[in-house]
Design a protein around this ligand. Sequence first.
Ligand code: ACO
Length: 334
Amino acid sequence: KGCKLVGCGSALPNLQFSNHDVTKIVNTSDEWIYSRTGIRNRRILSGDESLIGLGVEAARKALQMADVEPDDVDLILFCSSTTDDLFGGAPSVQKALGCKRNPPAYDIRAACTGFILGLVSASCHIRGGGFNNVLVIGADCVTRYVDWTERKICVLFGDAAGAVLLQACDIEDDGLFGFDLHTDGDGKRHLNAVIKPNEGNISNNSVPGLIFPSGPASISQIQMNGQEILRFVVKAVPQTIEASLRKAGVRVSDIDWLLLHQANQRIIDSVAKKLEFPMEKMICNLENYGNTSAASIPLALDEAVKSGKVKEGETMMLGGFGAGLTWGSAILRW
Ligand code: ACO
């Protein structure tokens, strides 16, 4: 069985937050942020907006484009590391979409690589599991978890959601040619946000040694060693893309577009250079939205498709990387 992309959509919070706005909060400048990252603007979740709301809006647009009803969705993969329910956000997405047949819906929590893992998981569910319509949603609101007094980190992120619908098709029409996925748990020390289950504890004398947690759980601020992340990404991402190309049996010169996780323009430029891929065929929107974690690839894909830049039948390489450390790539046809 084959699988192909038949719809995409995205959603953004209303509040725009420029580098100039960031300078009102931390000691930084547009020049510092733009020259080191390529970011000028970002959107931030505010007021009544919710991450689930963004994910649902993106998913509805993808379904609309594909002309598929929520009731015909067989599986929902919600790729996010920032849902506000410990048990996951996918059930809320499913409820809000109104999928009456109760299709399975679960979270994939793999930071900025989440969408690539979601896409590959969706293809495996279709090829081996008999699913027909699988929604893959990448959505994150990292700005809610950064320390807005830590200038090295808060300038980098924005909030957004993007979604695609992957559909079963005949093998001749297959649109996902190859993929490659990795995790290096040792690299976790360079980028993490630790969940602390409780603040205090209650001991019970009748059961010596037993300590019950008490009080609210909390999450530590995001810790990041930016230099280490840069070093890892510029090496690992070209390698994973080359591996995907080999598995797909195609060459870089056969590819129409390269879309990388939108974290940093220096990373994007460096990977393009290593792969000898022309800059004019890179899909980038980092300047407007910052690093939107698992949303960045489907958001940029949606913009590129809706603007007419990416046309039906064109091939793309997608590359993701992030906390974990996780990284991976996929070769597909739009
Ligand atoms: N404004 C002004 N100065 C700053 C700022 C800021 N916002 N942030 C740091 N500085 C200063 C530092 O204090 C330091 O000053 P010092 O030399 O006097 O001590 C100087 O700038 C250089 O700091 P570095 O941290 O070495 O800056 P670097 O050149 O590495 O750039 C950056 C930092 C942009 C974070 C870079 O390391 C990077 O982009 N790394 C990749 C990070 C990334 O992409 N993370 C996301 C991964 S995806 C995920 O899963 C979440």
